[in-house]
Design a protein around this ligand. Sequence first.
Ligand code: NAD
Length: 521
Amino acid sequence: MSTKTATGRSAQVEEILGAFGMRAGGTVSGVAYGGRFKEDAGGAPLETHDPTTGEVLAHVRTATADDVKRAVSAAHEAFAQWRLVPAPQRGEIVRRLGDGFRKRKEDLARLISLENGKILTEARGEVQEVIDICDLAVGQSRQLFGREIASERRDHRLVEQWHPLGVVGIISAFNFPVAVPGWGWALALVCGDTIVWKPSSLTPLISIAAQQIFHEVTRGTDAEHVFSLIIGGGSTVGEALVADPRVPLIQATGSCALGERVAIGVARRSGKAILELGGNNAVIVMADADLKLALRAVVFGSVGTAGQRCTSTRRLILQRPIAQKFLDQLVHAYRTIGIGDPLDEKTLMGPLISESAVKDYSEGLAEMQKQGGKVVYGGKVLADRTGYFVEPAIVKSTVDMPIVKEEVFAPILHVFEVDSLEDAVAMNNSVPQGLSSGLFTTDLASAERWLSASGSDCGISNVNAGTSGAEIGGAFGGEKATGGGRQAGSDAWKGYMRRQTNTINYGTQLPLAQGVEFPVD
Ligand code: NAD
């Protein structure tokens, strides 16, 4: 807990908000399109809170359904020009965007710590992730390539090319307020798309700051109008965006329940969706594992970001011979976690995002115990201080507890014991979600079995590395209820473009495919 006085804290809040021209208790616009913020946005006013103190940070003007329509119209208009800008020149804009985030890294990281509650080192990592994806996308802007395919017809060429898709609607979650939407911004922009971004209503000031950076780097360029912001409720602003037929792609990050709504809404109008939804990630520790490595990975995975990552470790599966020893070491490590002000460099765990997240934590734990789970560490709400602080918890659970199949978005770790790798893999795969997973072993055969077709069923599967902290170069995403979407590196860029197959006949005959004859005089 911070020892800062109330006055010291207020000065700090003013300084952090002041870096982006905002002030504590002030009102800011959460709507921007056509290259500027709209001061007359007429949606329901929104209060944003400091999760460390529970106090109101600022008031935000939100979008109405009409603002959504206007923002989509502006993005649609901007698309007509932006798609014609050569891709490497679009990459140049994304390079500037990355530089903008580089310059404002510390200011933005502090704002993320303040409004989202993640500790400073993780907040810096979050901004770094935006910089990294911008770097990746700049290179990608010169590598948006199709293929040439051998034609069965003489004097014919068969090729495939990729074109910009149109307006991309990006709906994002509170827990990665810039990194995960940033994967979409960078790729969509080099691919020639324009963007309408609906961020979480829990982190509006961070989104407004990101929009400001966008305005700063694009003023007077071809990209001035390609990026819009519409802050507002999911059921109003979010649904209006999902339903708009002028938005061919929705990239949505959030709970599995959100994903279902978006998938149905987009399918109704034959649009596309990239869905990045909830996880229920397991780490398996075999008896032959390097336990020191495993311990560090499990503690970061389960306590990092106060258990509020899609990739947080929620299930720990221990092979019986080392189970008690590992659990003892884990409890010891949990005791050393400093919980407090996320802006204090010594803190390892900040607050949860909101009062309602604290309620989910308490109700989740109560339900786990009702279903037979035994709390072996933590489990208390830290009511001795302001804000939304809880202790991280470890619960000895059994696989038949229905709640084990759910993602409780809080720092609660289920622990299980198994006899064999087969049992561990089956347990890993027994939940509806399929995002991230990790196996700790020094046995090559176990590692390869884990990565084989009969191993983990998740989109991300690691060996001797935890579930959290993916690199930008790989494709990120998960299977089953996690939504099947892929973002970031590898060939994720293809999700932001449309594929076109072209047949070019440079001969004087018109041979038909499959040898079909159709003589016409
Ligand atoms: P959430 O589902 O409550 O909200 C996510 C976003 O969806 C918000 O912007 C919200 O306003 C919007 N929304 C809500 N209802 C909507 C509707 N009907 N139509 C359109 N938009 C709507 O999620 P959250 O609490 O902000 O974030 C936590 C969740 O996100 C967790 O489940 C976590 O696992 C998941 N997540 C997944 C990934 C991933 O890459 N797989 C990354 C980060 C977070």
